[in-house]
Design a protein around this ligand. Structure first.
Ligand code: CTP
Ligand code: MG
Length: 221
């Protein structure tokens, strides 16, 4: 079985602020992307594709020269970045692909392995955590309603799929999608929920860097 990790890193990280897009910023002595890549440079992953923004010219040079990395060009939204990455992987005869946000550097090897294990018996599997906080609807900082949280999950990545299944789903998908599970489900494929990891946070806002550093047990400089 041939496996691939598809890491989307073409976003601009607007909500995280700070000048450089978040995946190129330092967490301790290494960049966010370096922590993410370390987890996927793993014997159970045969190929790694990184999707990059055409504006990040120095980064393109760096990863084009990396012998174990396949590069692909990002699109205007996450779904189109994933689609371009899947197309770049097509010629490598991939059976299973794990699609992951570059902005989740605390991903553990055990979660990667659990998703791959699930793909032995299902064509789509993704990690999530049951929602535990109360959920409100709000308007102008006033609570205007509450929502039943039972049966609700907070989604994570890597989201794993049979390669041909997700390639076909992405190729036929029109419109936006929050993630690849949404794309797979829109094409009619059931998705198995794997137990997520509370430490597998997505760096989204400025304060998330400190939390990620804490999780990685390093000190920020
Ligand atoms: N991403 C991508 N191509 C895009 C948009 C997002 O490859 N056109 C990637 C990001 O680099 C990130 C992941 O998708 O690793 C999750 O997206 P998000 O957290 O929203 O990152 P950004 O879009 O970069 O951040 P923001 O929405 O705050 O600008
Ligand atoms: Mg975004």
């Amino acid at each position: 079985m041939t496996t691939a990790a598809l890491i989307v890193a073409a976003g601009r990280g607007i909500r995280a602020g700070g000048g450089l897009p978040k995946q190129w910023r330092l967490l301790g002595d290494r960049r966010v992307i370096d922590w993410t890549l370390e987890a996927f440079r793993n014997p159970c992953i045969d190929h790694i594709c990184i999707v990059l923004n055409p504006d990040d010219t120095d980064i393109w040079q760096e990863f084009s020269a990396a012998p174990d990395i396949i590069t692909a060009q990002g699109g205007s939204d996450r779904a189109s970045s994933v689609r371009n990455g899947l197309k770049a992987l097509q010629k490598y005869s991939i059976d299973k692909v794990l699609i992951h946000d570059a902005a989740r550097p605390c991903i553990s090897r055990s979660l990667i392995e659990n998703i791959l294990l699930s793909l032995d018996t299902t064509s789509a599997a993704a990690p999530a955590l049951a929602v535990t906080d109360a959920l409100w609807q709000g308007d102008n900082e006033q609570v205007i309603g509450t929502q039943d949280r039972s049966g609700l999950f907070a989604a994570q990545t890597p989201q794993g799929f049979d390669f041909e299944t997700i390639l076909a789903a992405h190729t036929s998908h029109t419109g936006t999608a929050a993630d690849d599970v949404e794309v797979a489900r829109a094409a009619g494929h059931p998705v198995h929920i794997v137990s997520g990891d509370a430490n597998n946070i997505k760096i989204t806002r400025p304060q998330d860097f400190a939390r990620a550093a804490e999780i990685l047990q390093i000190k920020e400089r």
